[in-house]
Design a protein around this ligand. Structure first.
Ligand code: NI
Length: 138
């Protein structure tokens, strides 16, 4: 485990009160973990901006009766190749399928892939969530 460093932060008491209210709603036990998560979120934002390797989950709900749509979704995943780590398919009802695709690669490639899929007709809902690929991502 990495060595711990302690820091002191001075801030407006109003700001601290608001922060404490927010983190208590989010069920944090203490401020330290909440602040660590804020820092991680900032660092992830930098990784995304700098087009580093990140991991994403693309969740889509689509109408599988739409002509050629299933083929287009499969084709897009084949084009991304080994950047697709896994995919899960759920038949929600007679018309709708849910697919969760786990992808890893440069943030721009993942966003391009997601935008390509989300803009297809018949893909009715969808969202890309990008997160850190871990300590050794570059
Ligand atoms: Ni299905």
């Amino acid at each position: 485990m990495a060595k711990l460093a302690r820091i002191g932060v001075s801030l407006d008491s109003d700001l601290l009160e608001q922060f404490d209210r927010v983190i208590s709603r989010k069920s944090y036990d203490n401020r330290s973990e909440a602040i660590r998560d804020l820092i991680r979120e900032q660092l992830l934002g930098v990784q995304i901006d700098q087009n580093k390797i990140v991991v994403g989950t693309l969740t889509v709900v689509y109408d599988h009766h739409r002509p050629n749509l299933t083929e287009k979704l499969v084709e897009a995943q084949h084009q991304l190749g080994d950047k697709v780590l896994s995919a899960m398919h759920v038949h929600l009802d007679h018309h709708n399928c849910l697919e969760i695709i786990v992808i890893k690669g440069r943030s721009r490639d993942l966003h391009d892939f997601a935008n390509g899929i989300l803009s297809l007709r018949g893909v009715n809902y969808g969202q890309l969530v990008v997160t850190s690929a871990g300590k050794h991502s570059q």
